[in-house]
Design a protein around this ligand. Structure first.
Ligand code: ADP
Ligand code: MG
Length: 286
């Protein structure tokens, strides 16, 4: 009944969060924080920063929102791509350690421990936005909805006929329309990170926009894509980025320790698809 009003509200909510969180928008809270080195954040930005710092701890530094100075050196934010010199990376890497960010949960006051640090919530913002939209739709009494935010899917309820939503999982080696299979979900976020979405090429090399914080170079492990399935959209988004960086062995190990929180589909560079146990019944591959 309220579907149209709900969609208008959803669009406004996406724009509100984008204006708050985008590093590319000089007026955003995050952009201002990056200039000032400290500041008090709104509820949304504060919550997200806090979650990001938890993910940093849990993933042993693989998920690191302080990576932004290195993202800039590669030209990802402006799309003026370039391969930075090792000297440049060596200078920037000391700035990219989220362990040097302090965050007061009560006041949401953030401060950077090292001069020149900058953060980027791009690795979790879409997952959080999907989660917020799920809440919004519930408030409007919408029982069936599917939110798609570029690689981030949030399923609300079931399809109107009561059957599960079907989410196609892209073949990381194929074209736009090639899928490795279909996942059946209800009330879950499905988030995929892969090297095939945003990258640039130079001298025959491909450079992707997911950076390994240990090296300052794009992640180049043995994974082609990581899909995370979880009720928690923010977690799913953060984990998809982090597990991609970890590579297959570490990602499997990590999942075993967190199997209650999320499920996973990994595609490795030998063309194999690996699915966590609990998903098998919900995944159909060709
Ligand atoms: P997409 O934005 O394509 O859905 P991801 O969720 O994997 O992909 O997020 C990639 C984004 O995360 C990058 O554009 C950058 O803003 C940010 N990022 C890159 N490397 C890291 C990292 N090691 N930790 C946290 N965020 C990162
Ligand atoms: Mg992510």
């Amino acid at each position: 009944e309220n579907a149209e009003a709900a969609v208008d509200a959803a669009q406004a909510e996406i724009e509100r969060l984008d204006a708050l969180l985008s590093t590319g928008d000089a007026d955003s809270e995050i952009a201002k924080l990056n200039v000032d080195g400290s500041g008090e954040l709104s509820e949304d930005a504060g919550y997200l920063t806090e979650r990001a710092l938890e993910l940093y701890q849990e993933t042993d530094g693989a998920f690191d929102i302080a990576i932004y100075p290195v993202m800039e050196a590669w030209g990802f934010p402006t799309q003026n791509f370039q391969v930075p010199s090792q000297e440049t990376l060596d200078q920037l890497l000391p700035l990219t350690d989220a362990g040097n960010i302090s965050c007061d949960k009560e006041t949401r006051k953030i401060s950077f421990g090292v001069e020149g640090m900058k953060i980027d919530l791009g690795g979790i913002a879409k997952g959080y936005t999907g989660q917020k939209l799920a809440e919004l739709f519930q408030e409007y009494g919408v029982s069936s909805a599917l939110v798609s935010l570029g690689g981030n899917i949030q399923a609300i309820g079931t399809k109107p006929d009561g059957s599960s939503w079907k989410v196609g999982i892209r073949d990381p080696k194929g074209g736009q329309q090639d899928y490795i299979g279909v996942l059946f979900v209800e009330n879950q976020a499905v988030v995929t990170s892969g090297g095939y979405e945003r990258y640039f090429e130079e001298d025959g090399e491909t450079y992707i926009h997911i950076i390994n914080p240990r090296t300052g170079y794009p992640a180049d492990g043995d994974l082609l894509s990581v899909t995370i399935v979880s009720r928690d959209g923010t977690l799913a988004d953060g984990m998809s980025t982090a597990l991609y960086i970890m590579g297959y062995e570490k990602a499997c190990q990590f999942w075993r320790q967190h199997r209650e929180e999320f499920n996973v589909i990994l595609v490795t560079d030998d063309g194999k698809i690996h699915i966590s146990e609990n998903l098998k019944e919900n995944f159909q591959t060709e």
